[in-house]
Design a protein around this ligand. Structure first.
Ligand SMILES: Nc1ncnc2c1ncn2[C@@H]1O[C@H](COP(=O)(O)OP(=O)(O)O)[C@@H](O)[C@H]1O
Ligand SMILES: [Mg+2]
Length: 260
C-alpha cells in the first residue's frame, strides 16, 4: 500500500513520440507539446533519443558531458536531466555519440530495457515525460517503447501514411507482447496538414475512417513559424505565441491531457 501523495498516485505519464519515418514532425511535436505543458504548470521531462539531437538544438541547447548516452550507460537521471531554461521543463540532451551507444545496446542482453531501468522509480519530479525517437525501429526506439506507457505518433498526410502507421502499430503490439504490457497508443497526430490540397484531405479522411478515435481531433497545420522556431532555439510558444502553429500545439497538448 502506498500513502496518499506517493509516487503511485502522481506517477509520471511517459510518452514515446515515435514514427519510423523521418521528417514527419516527431521532434517538433515533442518539443512543442513539452513546452506547452510546462507553460501550463506541469513538470515536464524531454529525453532526446535521436543522435541528430534536433530536440536538444531546437531548445537552444548543446549537450556537454551529460547526455542520453550516459543515461543508457547507467548514469543517474537526477544529474543528467538539465533545466532547459524554460520554466518546468528539464531535458536529457543528445549528441552524436548516441549512434554508437545504439549499436552497443543491440549487442547486450536485455539491452532493450536500459532506458526503462534508468527511468524506473526516478520520475517523481515529473508529471509528463516525452521521449523523442529517431526515425527507425532500431534499438533506441525499442528502448523508448519499452520505457513508455503511451505512443504518440505524428504522421504527415501523404500517400503512404496508412502503410507506415500499420507498420508502427504492429511494432507497438510486438513490444507490448514481449517487453511492455502497459504500452498503448495515445493517439495519431496529423502534422504539416495542408487543407488546400485534395490529397491531404483524402488521406486525413482515410486515416480517420481507418483509425477512428485514435486520430487526434486537432491537427497541426503547415506553418513557417513552426519551421523557423528551432533555428532560434525556441519552442513555437516562445518564438511566436500567436502563430497558428503555436496555437495548434497548445490545443494538441490539451487534447493529450484529456486522452491520458
Ligand atoms: N507543422 C509544420 N509546419 C512546417 N514545418 C514543419 C512542421 N512540423 C515540422 N516541420 C519542419 O519539418 C522538418 C521535420 O520535422 P521534425 O519535427 O524534425 O520531424 P522528425 O523529428 O519526425 O524527423 C523540420 O525542419 C521541421 O521544422
Ligand atoms: Mg526528429
Amino acid at each position: 500500500m502506498s500513502a496518499p501523495g506517493s509516487s503511485i498516485l502522481r506517477r509520471a505519464k511517459v510518452y514515446a513520440v515515435a514514427n519510423q519515418k523521418g521528417g514527419v514532425g516527431k521532434t517538433t511535436t515533442a518539443v512543442n507539446v513539452s513546452a506547452c505543458l510546462a507553460e501550463a504548470g506541469e513538470r515536464v521531462l524531454l529525453v532526446d533519443l535521436d543522435p541528430q539531437a534536433n530536440a536538444t538544438s531546437g531548445l537552444g541547447l548543446r549537450a556537454n558531458g551529460a547526455s542520453t548516452h550516459e543515461l543508457l550507460d547507467g548514469g543517474a537521471l537526477a544529474s543528467l536531466a538539465k533545466p532547459s531554461g524554460f520554466p518546468n521543463l528539464d531535458v536529457v540532451m543528445a549528441k552524436s555519440d548516441l549512434a554508437a551507444a545504439a549499436v552497443d545496446l543491440s549487442t547486450r542482453p536485455g539491452g532493450e530495457r536500459y532506458l526503462a531501468e534508468a527511468l524506473e522509480g526516478r520520475l517523481d519530479p515529473y508529471s509528463f515525460v516525452f521521449l523523442d525517437c529517431p526515425p527507425s525501429f532500431g534499438p533506441l526506439t525499442v528502448n523508448a517503447l519499452a520505457a513508455a506507457q503511451r505512443v504518440l505518433a505524428p504522421v504527415q498526410a501523404e500517400y503512404y501514411a496508412l502503410e507506415g502507421l500499420s507498420q508502427l502499430l504492429g511494432t507497438v503490439n510486438l513490444v507490448q507482447a514481449r517487453l511492455n504490457p502497459e504500452l498503448a497508443v495515445a493517439g495519431i497526430l496529423l502534422t504539416m496538414a495542408d487543407s488546400r490540397t485534395r490529397l491531404a484531405a483524402e488521406v486525413e479522411a482515410e486515416l480517420r475512417r481507418h483509425f477512428g478515435d485514435l486520430v487526434f481531433t486537432q491537427t497541426v497545420p503547415r506553418s513557417v513559424r513552426l519551421a523557423e522556431a528551432p533555428s532560434h532555439g525556441l519552442p513555437a510558444i516562445a518564438y511566436d505565441r500567436r502563430s497558428v502553429g503555436a496555437e495548434a500545439y497548445w490545443k494538441v497538448a490539451m487534447e493529450l491531457v484529456e486522452r491520458s
